[in-house]
Design a binder for this molecule. Structure first.
Ligand SMILES: Nc1ncnc2c1ncn2[C@@H]1O[C@H](COP(=O)(O)OP(=O)(O)OP(=O)(O)O)[C@@H](O)[C@H]1O
Length: 316
């Protein structure tokens, strides 16, 4: 099964009615979802990712196959270790959801976003998406030598829009990018925040059904953050879903209808924004105070209450 291929599992998102009954937040964890009420946008089915990396330390060297390890040692090469970035992640994201992904540095958030975007294959598991996910800066490569306005046109055409459709949305995209006179400068003369504005405008031009944003607003100023947030809400209301990675808990609290907390490649919690963020804040507070054992115990207690959907146990 190809990654992210639209599958008959899904209904046409445009045909969905806003009145369709949606499961209550508690239903998600009950293991008894009401199949008729579910409108999936992305299904992440038992996804794991193991990277192999060379390491100058030898403490984990025995993870790789014995003969290979000995051969590398004989050749004087650094040992290879396995890094389990994600383990058995199972999530169902519905149309109209704005899902925040939070977690410490190196917890696996970007790896998961890259897998959902089709940038890399997981070592195990599958991902279905209702449509090709749009990830900022990935679905369209902008050209540094071209000006902002030309990049907007080119980026829209590259995503399959007709010249007429580009004309229709052009002014709106210029407003979202808010580049002022820099709109007519080559992109290579932009600051990182200005380039982020341009990429954001182009990525959201087609009203994608699945929009992935990994720290997308972090380089922007307050004006861009406000416009970006409004645009994301517009996409969500249009039956799209947004997968949003951020270390800013105020952004997560303001924007997300649901939050997934990932730690050490495992989903610790998945549910109500306030509940998950409050507990994550407490966990990070314990870590910051150096209470490592208490932090781990608290995290494990939270993880103990998390139940992945029962029907995703391999029956898809
Ligand atoms: N290309 C790679 N090769 C090897 N290991 C990698 C690679 N990319 C990520 N990793 C490892 O995978 C784990 C998860 O990294 P990832 O970037 O997904 O975390 P993250 O939650 O997005 O972190 P951050 O909040 O710092 O952006 C880390 O241990 C990291 O070292």
């Amino acid at each position: 099964m190809p990654m992210n291929a639209a599958d008959s599992l899904f209904e046409d998102p445009k045909a969905s009615t806003p009145e369709t009954p949606r499961p209550r937040p508690g239903d998600r964890h009950s293991g008894q979802p009401q199949a008729a009420a579910i409108r999936p946008a992305v299904v992440i089915d038992d996804v794991s990712m193991v990277y192999t990396v060379t390491s100058t330390g030898s403490e984990e060297e025995d993870q790789v196959h014995g003969a290979r390890r000995l051969a590398r040692r004989a050749l004087g090469r650094p040992p290879i270790v396995k890094n389990h970035a994600l383990t058995g992640v199972r999530l169902l994201i519905e149309q109209g959801e704005f899902v925040g992904f939070i977690g410490r540095n190196g917890s696996g958030k970007s790896t998961l976003m890259n897998i959902v975007a089709g940038q890399m294959n997981p070592t195990n598991g599958r991902v279905w998406a209702v449509d090709r996910p749009a990830k900022l800066g990935v679905n369209v490569a902008l050209v540094p030598a071209l000006s902002g306005d030309r990049n907007i046109r080119l980026g829209c055409l590259a995503q399959g829009m007709t010249p007429g459709e580009v004309d229709e949305v052009f002014d709106e995209l210029v407003e979202i990018a808010a580049l002022g006179k820099a709109l007519y400068w080559p992109m290579k003369a932009y600051s990182s925040g200005m380039a982020a504005r341009l990429r954001f405008a182009v990525a959201t031009a087609t009203n994608p059904h699945v929009l992935i944003l990994d720290e997308a607003l972090s380089t922007g100023d307050a004006q861009f953050q406000a416009r970006g947030q409004a645009r994301m809400q517009e996409i969500r209301k249009n039956a799209g879903c947004v997968m949003f990675v951020s270390h800013s808990m105020s952004e997560i609290r303001n924007l997300c209808t649901r939050v997934v907390w990932i730690d050490d490649g495992h989903v610790v919690m998945d549910g109500d924004t306030k509940d998950v963020v409050d507990r994550y804040d407490k966990y990070m507070g314990l870590l910051a105070d150096g209470n490592l054992l208490s932090a781990r115990a608290f995290r494990d207690e939270c993880a103990g209450q998390y139940r992945p959907l029962a029907w995703m146990g391999g029956s898809l």
